[in-house]
Design a protein. Structure first.
Lengths: 271, 94
């Protein structure tokens, strides 16, 4: 086993002091981590057709993550041309504390209902977020938003229908969905609380004000929950946050250990 | 497996095609889920622009044992084929 050459590791100081790179990585990490979580279902779905459906969503998210990491690498290399990085360095060679994904994305799959509810909350946020990001003054982000929105529209439709199906299903499925909602709800709040790099992104005109989409998200959640005969959990103090600044739940470390193992053990290896 | 989900036959119309072609079958709880499953299972490589699904139990098929009486009588009736006409070039999709 080789030792990772220090020059391959992305310089976290460059990332942390540049709001635009931080912002792009936040979006990339969100997509990568949830995509990875969903991919854990591959081969284990409750039916072949749904296995394929969720794997498709995982691949969509992975595709979004790649576009964003490629752009982040481009920005990074402009600042640091002497030791350039690629999308792979950013995905595989950053540590837990450097990941900025929301806590919701890294939560365990649990049962099928929990996975589709996590997807629903996330897709709901992504849907309204990308709608706004289409008006970004950063043409790269704009293009990524336009392309991703088509995919997310389907993710939202697919996950909404599952929430309705299980919420308004049997007594058992309804109880489980209501419990999943109670478990995941505290992690949704963070998405609408601005991190420092988001505030900079907004004032520079390329980012989305997180709070500006909260009303639309909540409205959509209420609408789908009422169709699903589920009650929207009450927002109480003690909501979780920290993902955007690298303070994660215990789950992310395990995800990275599995996801990054190959590149850490065999640096630079390719398919 | 989910024996309570009925079987559906899937028909896809491709970009170039004029008609829906049978591409396979899948399991789904209802028509809406069947269309979405068909989207995920059969249009991943941009095969289609339109999807039909039909519950398999609603399809009534001819019996293969009847093949002789159903199809063979047409064998020696060449005049039923429009092979004696020259088609103008402008005519498409024939």
């Amino acid at each position: 086993m080789q030792t990772m050459p220090a020059s391959l590791l992305p310089d976290t100081t460059i990332i942390n002091t540049n709001a635009r790179i931080s912002y792009v990585l936040y979006l990339a990490d969100n997509a990568l981590i949830l995509g990875h979580r969903n991919s854990e279902w591959c081969g284990h779905g409750p039916a072949l057709e749904q296995d394929i459906a969720l794997s498709n969503i995982a691949l969509d998210l992975l595709g979004q993550a790649r576009h964003l990491y490629q752009y982040a690498a481009e920005l990074y290399n402009q600042l640091n041309p002497s030791a350039p990085v690629t999308e792979d360095h950013l995905a595989y060679l950053r540590d837990v504390r450097d990941f900025r994904n929301c806590l919701l994305a890294e939560q365990p799959n649990g049962h099928w209902g929990q996975t589709v509810l996590r997807q629903f909350f996330f897709s709901c946020w992504q849907y309204y977020f990308y709608q706004q990001l289409q008006h970004s003054n950063d043409t790269q982000l704009q293009a990524i938003a336009i392309k991703s929105l088509k995919e997310v529209t389907y993710h939202l439709r697919w996950s909404s229908e599952w929430v309705i199906r299980l919420g308004d299903g049997t007594a058992e499925s309804k109880t489980r969905m209501q419990q999943a909602a109670a478990d995941l709800w505290p992690y949704t709040h963070e998405l609408f609380q601005p991190a420092a790099f988001e505030q900079e992104a907004v004032s520079a005109g390329y980012g989305v004000t997180p709070g500006s989409i909260e009303k639309d998200c909540l409205g959509r959640i209420q609408h789908i929950f009422s169709e699903a005969t589920l009650s929207v959990p009450v927002t109480q103090p003690g909501l979780h946050s920290g993902g955007k600044t690298g303070v994660h739940t215990e789950h992310l470390g395990f995800i990275l250990a599995e996801m990054q193992f190959l590149q850490r053990a065999y640096p630079g290896s390719e398919w | 497996m989910h024996t309570d989900w009925p079987l559906w036959e899937v028909f896809i119309r491709s970009k170039q095609g004029l008609d829906h072609k049978h591409v396979g079958s899948l399991h789904a709880a209802d028509a809406q889920m069947a269309i979405e499953n068909a989207r995920d299972v059969y249009t991943r490589r941009m095969e289609g622009v339109s999807i039909w699904v039909v519950q398999s139990s609603d399809i009534h098929a001819s019996n293969p044992d009847d093949a002789e009486s159903l199809y063979d009588p047409a064998n020696d009736k060449a005049y039923r084929h429009p092979t004696f006409y020259d088609l103008p070039d402008e005519l498409r999709h024939m």
